[in-house]
Design a protein around this ligand. Structure first.
Ligand SMILES: Cc1cc2nc3c(=O)[nH]c(=O)nc-3n(C[C@H](O)[C@H](O)[C@H](O)COP(=O)(O)OP(=O)(O)OC[C@H]3O[C@@H](n4cnc5c(N)ncnc54)[C@H](O)[C@@H]3O)c2cc1C
Length: 374
């Protein structure tokens, strides 16, 4: 195969086809690279399918570079929706937040002020106004301060992955699903040469992208690299409800909720996540989430729990993404991140440019794999 400049393209194996692998693969394929997408299961059915899937930078103020990367992530989603079309995956309907705890309220109002000073769009409102203008089904006090972030969104991760994978195939890419990468072979100079699959196939490749999500440290181990990661599980519940009573992502006291299509909603709560390691059953955690949701949305009285799943956040040990080349293993790259729903499209674009052009973008300066010592 030839790339966009007419040179023989390099063959890239993308290991893991969640949102990160799909975005990297799509960007490479549309620029003419020869792409093989490999997944141990089915594309988009890892943590990408069990995410709260909120596209935002308002919750990413821990450092300015991380905030800036997430803002770029939001812009990259809008751009992607313009290229591949938004239907069935992109829901730019904004985000509402309020709380019943005075200390938490003071904190999020302060954050909103900071975000405003950084040029992020924030609108201050009240419970009564939100019910009248935006979300009539919410039970919240009339006077409570509510913050609206109008540029935030949610994404249907599995549908987005399906769309991107379809376009990689249309561009001549290869798919290898239900087969796991068991080994990565290197040459005498230490550079990547092959990947070995659990179905006994061995593929000759020039480049490997580790996009294995929560299992990224195992894949890193195949090139004798240590990628330290946190253990941070979360529980997500889908409920069946028709019609869906809210239109956007909502952070209410003790519970986060969003639509998930026309007949379903997704529920999540950091408070419930904290119970996972106490040995509480996922079904019981789902029941708790459902109860919290019905408290805020009385119209959910007749809804029912459809699915619940504990998933692991793919978080490198310091909490930030690990994206880019690992110079000690030529041809090996990482695309590993929490907030991967927000960051997938921007990481995909920047990493593809790094692989194909050697361009190291400043946006990734704080998030390079080399920060973890060999
Ligand atoms: C509870 C929860 C809430 C979240 N909320 C948000 C949110 O609101 N906003 C946000 O931006 N992010 C959120 N996240 C994080 C986000 O979901 C993830 O960062 C993102 O989905 C990661 O995508 P991924 O492609 O890296 O991983 P995955 O989707 O897990 O994909 C990795 C793939 O790699 C495959 N794989 C693994 N090992 C191998 C191997 N050896 N060979 C072949 N294939 C392999 C797996 O089968 C899998 O399909 C949340 C996460 C959780 C758990």
């Amino acid at each position: 195969m030839r790339d966009e400049s007419g040179k023989r393209s390099r063959r890239v194996a993308v290991v893991g086809v969640g949102i990160l692998g799909a975005c990297v693969g799509w960007n490479l394929a549309r620029r003419g690279a020869e792409v093989v997408l490999i997944d141990a299961g089915r594309p988009g059915e890892g943590v990408t399918d069990w995410s709260f899937s909120w596209v935002n930078a308002s919750n990413k103020t821990v450092t300015r570079p991380y905030f800036d990367l997430n803002v770029a992530g939001m812009a990259a989603h809008r751009e992607l929706a313009g290229i591949i079309g938004p239907d069935s995956w992109w829901y730019p309907s904004g985000h509402l937040r309020w709380t019943d705890d005075p200390a938490a309220e003071a904190k999020f109002l302060k954050t909103a002020e900071l975000l405003g000073s950084w040029g992020y769009r924030v609108e201050a409102s009240t419970g009564a106004e939100v019910r009248r203008r935006l979300e009539p089904a919410l039970a919240l006090p009339d006077e409570v301060p509510v913050v609206l972030y109008p540029d935030e969104a949610w994404v249907h991760g599995r549908h987005l992955v399906d769309r991107l994978v379809g376009q990689v195939v249309a561009a001549g890419g290869e798919l290898r699903f239900r087969t796991e990468v068991r080994d990565i072979g290197t040459g005498a100079d230490g550079s990547v040469r092959t990947v070995v699959l659990s179905d006994s196939n061995r593929l000759a490749v020039d480049i490997v992208v580790n996009a294995a999500g929560p299992r990224a440290s195992q894949v890193a181990g195949l090139v004798a690299r240590q990628l330290p990661m946190r253990r941070e599980p979360g529980v997500v519940t889908r409920i069946d409800c028709a019609p869906v009573p809210i239109h956007r992502t909502v952070h209410a006291p003790h519970i986060e909720m969003r639509p998930d299509g026309d007949v379903s909603m997704v529920l999540h709560s950091r408070e419930t996540d904290a119970l996972i390691d106490t040995g509480e059953e996922p079904a019981e955690l789902a029941r708790l989430l459902h109860e919290l949701a019905r408290h805020v949305i009385p119209d959910l009285a007749n809804s029912r729990i459809a699915q619940a799943q504990v998933a692991f956040r793919p978080i490198p040990a310091d909490g930030f993404p690990s994206v880019g080349a690992v110079p000690s293993v030529p041809g090996y790259y990482e695309a590993v991140s929490h907030s991967g729903i927000t960051l997938g499209p921007v990481i995909g674009r920047l990493l593809a440019a790094e692989i194909l052009d050697g361009a190291r973008d400043e946006l990734l300066a704080d998030f390079r794999p080399e920060r973890f010592p060999a």
